[in-house]
Design a protein around this ligand. Sequence first.
Ligand code: ACO
Length: 702
Amino acid sequence: MSDLKYLFEPRGVAVIGASHNPGKIGYRIVDNILAGGYRGKIYPINPRGGKIAGVDVCTSIHGVIHDVDVAVITIPAKHVFDAVMSCAKRKVKHLVIITSGFSEIGNSAEEKKIVSFARDNGMRVLGPNIFGIYSSQVSLNATFGPQDIKPGNVSIITQSGAIGIAMIGKTRVENIGLSSIISVGNKSDIDEADLLEYLVSHDDTRMILMYIEGVRDGERMVNVLSEATKKKPVVVIKSGRSARGAMAAASHTGSLAGADEVFDCIIKQCGVIRAERIQEALEWCKFLADAPKPGGDSAVIITNGGGVGVLAADACDKYGVSLYDDQDALKSSFGGSVPDFGSTKNPVDLTGGATGDDYDKSLSIALKDKHVGSVICLGCETAVFNAEKFTGVVKKKYRAYRSNKPVVFSIFGGELVENGIGKLRKENVPIFSDVYDAVSCLGALYSHERHARSAKPTYEKVQIDAKAIGGMVRQARKAGRHFLLAHEAHEVMSAAGIAVPASRVARDIPTAVKCAEGIGYPVAMKVVSKDIIHKSDAGGIALDLDNEQEVVDAHESILHSCKAHVPNAYIEGVEIAEMVKPGIETIVGARRDRSFGPIVMFGLGGIYVEVMKDVTFRAFPINRAGALDMMGDIRSYPLLIGVRGEKKKDIDTVAHAILKVGAIIRECPDISDIEINPLVVYDEGEGVKAVDVRILLTTRSA
Ligand code: ACO
């Protein structure tokens, strides 16, 4: 349960470091609070007393006799702790620490001292290193950003101060109303998850936009986000997609930017809509804050140009908007308003001769038709296209139907068209010159609706023999290793119920021959030694051995070559393994991620895994449906369901393997990483084989 009510609805706000100098942040904050029409009481605090922006100043917070729910602190870093102590005595509830010069420059000790003292004294800390907070509920603009903020129903949480301040200005230009904007800066205490918990049940907030550079407590974030997106759309802009960007993000706020691929998959799993660009995010916010629920799953495109209709259909494919496809129904609905040489197939093409009246008629049909979930209305400037008439129809229809059915518009053309777009956008009509921008808004809405409607996953526990696995881990630790040898990793797989190729370790030639006969020819042989990491480079592998003589020769050759390659290596023996039949090579893994805790991975495996980069991730736990969903995510999925007459592969057993490796990571805290590559997948009913398995143990400090 969130305890942030009085951060958003303070009855009294003190500004410690309120300045007499209009050029200083401490003045600007007082001025903004006054200009914003704050409905509570403001108490500027400055040892010099007097008046600031016309308000009486208290020389100390102790001089304030009424409730102070929030203290905004804007004095140099070295004085902040003293101010925090005075706030504790005054029973302040929330500290909004604007001051920079803490963990972001390596001064973590001071920041920790402040937070721990604040928490011990019942105070929560926002910041430090922030521009403040705006909350429309009490008209509080406790920021040093712009004064002109339009109240509304979008909440913004931002890790970057500069982007946040700029966004305030931009939202005004775009006519987007805010219910709050909160700068989290160093996130020393209050973080995005805390704020989301509050905002999700905040009546004035209809959707939430977050700018993130790094995630702190990813496991909690996954839980909170998954809950939040069931109720409200959450759009995220996360920087650090590229390696250079991630480095810049790490040095900007000192936060740990995890692998972007992992972040991308996991926030999608949580139902979050990720925007790449700020402008795109703001367009989505504007649309989502106002749009009604779609009346159904599919959209109708109305256009006067075939080309732009095709572009819109492509955009629908890209953004996950499905198109209404009942040809008979389309014909009977739109047949009367489309000329013979036009098309009633979706896109409904009114052709280049379409007039404002034609648009009026067909838009009415689409907006009233209960089978049509949403509408995409497009116009291209043609010889007979009247931009003024078109924008007039758009305005009329949008006003009439805006609360019934989502509709987006795009017109493309010259100055008159652009002017028309500008005017309509000022009235918050979702109209764009680029068709992709229009469709992406609808895509964001559908993406949220699909997630909100999807059933909450239930998890069943998968069986693994954690005790046996623990035994193997202890054995490796005893031998001073932070990893398991290949045959130990195979034993872990067996203890988890994941099939591995039959194998045994032999310490001499007669045993090797006996093992090979027991397994059945052909067999593979591999050296077993913790000192030889790259077995094939050391000549430690022999494949396709068909008889006793080949096993004897291979044994001698492996030992000879490994000793020559790594002279001091301790060789425990040679592993004799079943030669695995070819199948689809996949990769399955799990690890304890620094940001998100236990995560699982699935993708196309084999030696080109790094090049193909066809992998996906999920925060664990997931259930069987989630594991199957992961498989559907990868580009190579068709290989698993069978291409060119091949049979469907055993995806159920793969799903099981994903759940098992996730369960190992979750239940065996000593194991940090598991990677099966390849996990060879056979036809349906014929199972899988975990061929190469790498298991790493947590280092004690981790
Ligand atoms: N209690 C009350 N008032 C005090 C106290 C105190 N203990 N100590 C000093 N003051 C008064 C000062 O007398 C001064 O008032 P005056 O101008 O009337 O004399 C006022 O508080 C401010 O103190 P200064 O020492 O003048 O501090 P200054 O304003 O120069 O800097 C600040 C303080 C702004 C907090 C600075 O240390 C800082 O951290 N700046 C960076 C802030 C920032 O950028 N945050 C991140 C934002 S996000 C982004 O990137 C945009």
